[in-house]
Design a binder for this molecule. Sequence first.
Ligand code: SAM
Length: 321
Amino acid sequence: MMAPIKDDYGRTFRTLRVSLLQHCNLGCVYCVAGEDQLKQANASPAGGSLAVGELLAIIRRLHGQLELDHVRLTGGEPLLYPELPALIRGIRDAGIASVRMTTNGFLLERQAASLKEAGLEALNVSLDAVDEEVFFRISRRRSAVRIIRGVDAALQAGLAVKLNAVVMKGINDSEILPLLDLAISRGIPIRFLEVMAMGHLHADADRYLFPQEEILRVIGARYPCEPLPRAAGATARYWKTENGHVFGIIANESEPFCRDCDRLRLDSSGKIYGCLSSNHPIGLGVDEGDDEWRDKLQRALSQKQALRFVGSDLSMLRIGG
Ligand code: SAM
């Protein structure tokens, strides 16, 4: 029998994040710097991504070796990927019961029902502001209202929805309470993210860091709250307000969560990474045997940081957030 794929901290891969394409219909300032990068990010997504059959062949083999608990589809913007329902159905048919997605929600309103029907379980919708001007400042589009309509359509279709908001000091920190109030009004959780040192922010993220402590101070002034116990492998810590609403913080800087990370990443060209901090993709050959794939998975696992995420000059647009 083959030895299990494990590292010295007892970590293994249980979750697969699949980046479906490197393109996006927004241009968020933490992902994309300047006009050239924006043009590239917004260029037509045709080509460059794997077809459904190619992705499914990789996912099936990875599941055979890792017994994955769930798959999360991301990007780029995953709602731009053609044949999304076929992909979701194929992953479910491969025996992976839980398929989730992280999306900016721009195209969600008209796709929500078909995604649910295909077997999608849950969505994280990224929304960094309710106010359109602040939303524009961060994403270079005025589409907060449209995204909220997408959230409502997803809820109506029966999908579990969480909101994710990156908080950037001086850019959208004024939106913490409006975003929390939106989540409360829909009865859904929201997670606030500390900005991560990725891509063009690799050496410069501190300038925008609005730390967990300050997020809690802003929320606590309006809504007294208590911390909840952290679930194993979770990126977020959660708090409960006095009126019973739950919100989370993904505090990559203030409270790193690498020690029990169980995520493997597959990029849109079929390469794996064991950590967001790694800029060393590992290619998987379709003709290679299980032993070779196993060695590569073990190598990917060794890319994980012991404790703290150290950042990378790779943008989340490329590796998949
Ligand atoms: N387009 C989809 C979306 O917007 O959710 C999926 C891809 S996006 C890269 C995934 C998540 O990564 C988003 O919630 C985004 O806000 C977050 N993200 C990207 N760059 C980040 C950074 N430097 N720090 C923290 N979060 C970041």
